[in-house]
Design a binder for this molecule. Structure first.
Ligand SMILES: Nc1ncnc2c1ncn2[C@@H]1O[C@H](COP(=O)(O)OP(=O)(O)OP(=O)(O)O)[C@@H](O)[C@H]1O
Length: 300
């Protein structure tokens, strides 16, 4: 029996406090690529063969995972590169449909990501209006929110400049101020805070706290363990597509740091033992709907 099979599981009936319910959701990407030509061929032959065959492979980015996140929680998501954090966030926002299982949310989650759509050629001011309209506000509502967005961004003196003249930290500030202006019930922040300075981090922390107090919930993906400890009430660790830990930010980041230390020193056995320990200690969530029926409106 593997550690995962031996691990305890908790049956959870999502309460009215639940903002997001992930019910055994998994994600396998289907990757289509051009079949490579044999290496011994000349460059000319290789190029002329390009496109002669399409190869299809499957990449399991996320193993089936269940999680209930309640209103008022801010959940930090950590894990090494390529472990599946962004994939999980895309399932939460409905950008991707899970290969198996379901994801439910009480409201449409707002994603604040490094690639969130701002237009480089137009000014910060125009981006604010455009961003608000893109999030579904009317022009009158966008005008009404304008001053508070300027205030939160802290970029009053630069907003007349085109966005392409902003540093990545300044662009992040603007994105954050626009995205949180709708008081989202569910906010997903994927790496967007990493470029901010200390002042921006403090504003962000305060804004996240306000959203939580208003019974919103926040997911925060970050490689900065300090940010997770500062801003989150709970943390999860995903490694190679597998949920390994779900607990307090201190416990989860501490264990992850230990793992990263072993990996850095190439102590593979110690790293593997630590993963096994996490697997055996994780209390897996099993979702059971009270009325035996899941909600009728999964995302997307
Ligand atoms: N659109 C896609 N098509 C195919 N594979 C993908 C796609 N997006 C991600 N992957 C793969 O899925 C796995 C998880 O990627 P994901 O972006 O979720 O990881 P991550 O934990 O967010 O990584 P990072 O910390 O580097 O941002 C990786 O192996 C990645 O190569």
């Amino acid at each position: 029996m593997t550690a995962a099979e031996a691990a305890p599981s908790a049956v959870t009936s999502p309460s009215t406090q639940a903002a997001v319910v992930i019910d055994s959701a998994s994600m396998t990407y289907v990757v289509r690529s051009i079949r490579p030509a044999p290496r011994h061929q000349t460059l000319r032959d290789r190029l002329s063969r390009a496109g002669s065959g399409i190869e299809i492979s499957h990449l399991e980015a996320l193993k089936p995972l269940s999680l209930v996140v309640e209103h008022g929680e801010s959940v930090g998501v950590i894990g090494t590169n390529g472990s599946g954090k962004s994939t999980l966030m895309k399932l939460v926002t409905g950008q991707l449909a899970p290969t198996s299982g379901s994801v439910y949310a009480t409201d449409t989650p707002i994603m604040l990501g490094v690639n969130a759509a701002l237009v480089p050629q137009i000014s910060g001011e125009d981006n604010i209006i455009l961003g608000c309209l893109a999030m579904g506000m009317t022009r009158a509502q966008a005008d009404e929110k304008f001053d508070s967005i300027v205030e939160l961004s802290g970029l009053k003196d630069s907003l007349h400049l085109p966005l392409k003249a902003y540093s990545s930290g300044m662009a992040s500030r603007l994105q954050f101020a626009i995205a949180t202006s709708v008081d989202p019930e569910i906010l997903v922040i994927d790496e967007a805070l990493n470029t901010g300075d200390a002042q921006f981090r403090e504003r962000t922390r305060q804004r996240i706290n306000v959203l939580r107090e208003q019974a919103g919930c926040v997911f925060l993906v970050s490689h900065s363990l300090g940010t997770i400890r500062d801003m989150c009430t709970r943390a999860i660790w995903i490694e190679r597509g597998e949920l390994l830990m779900d607990g307090t930010p201190e416990d989860v980041t501490g264990r992850y740091q230990e793992y990263a230390g072993h990996m850095g020193k190439k102590h593979d056995k110690k790293a593997a033992d630590l993963l096994d320990k996490c697997r055996s200690e994780l209390v897996r969530t099993k979702i059971v709907w009270n009325d035996q029926r899941s909600p009728s409106s999964p995302t997307p």
